[in-house]
Design a protein around this ligand. Structure first.
Ligand SMILES: [Zn+2]
Length: 134
């Protein structure tokens, strides 16, 4: 782990390359709980990573730095990059609020998993339990 974790992508480019192993592990865990989903539907606001049509739920997987998570690695990166990308992060957060409003107004349950939670089995279990209650 570097002292100052830097974001992998420059501002304006997608935060993640698409199908990293931790995301696949998340999908495996949810699938093992009987949850069925589609990947990255284009028609929904914000293009959530997973959509569960049967439960009318969506799951976003958010990079901690780009979406301003309060976790230690994201705070350290934000300090290190003081101000440089704050505007981009603020815009991402504002856009996510708008996307959430639109999705909820259309009856979707919106869930978010932070990058730093992808390896946390208990966090994923809690997510699965919330989705299964739908
Ligand atoms: Zn985080």
């Amino acid at each position: 782990m570097p002292d100052h974790p830097l974001p992998a992508a420059p501002p304006g480019s997608p935060a993640r390359s698409g199908d990293p192993a931790p995301e696949r592990a998340l999908r495996r865990r949810l699938h093992a709980r009987g949850l069925r989903f589609a990947l990255r539907p284009r028609a929904l606001p914000g293009r959530p990573e997973l959509v569960l049509p049967a439960r009318r739920a969506v799951v976003f997987v958010h990079g901690c730095f780009w979406h301003g998570h309060g976790c230690a690695p994201a705070r350290a990166a934000a300090r290190f990059n003081a101000g440089a990308w704050a505007q981009k992060i603020a815009a991402n957060r504002a856009q996510f609020e708008l996307d959430c409003d639109a999705l909820r107004a259309a009856g979707w349950q919106v869930e978010r998993v932070w990058e730093c939670q992808l390896d946390d089995a208990s966090a994923i279990e809690r997510l699965a339990a919330r989705l299964l209650r739908r």
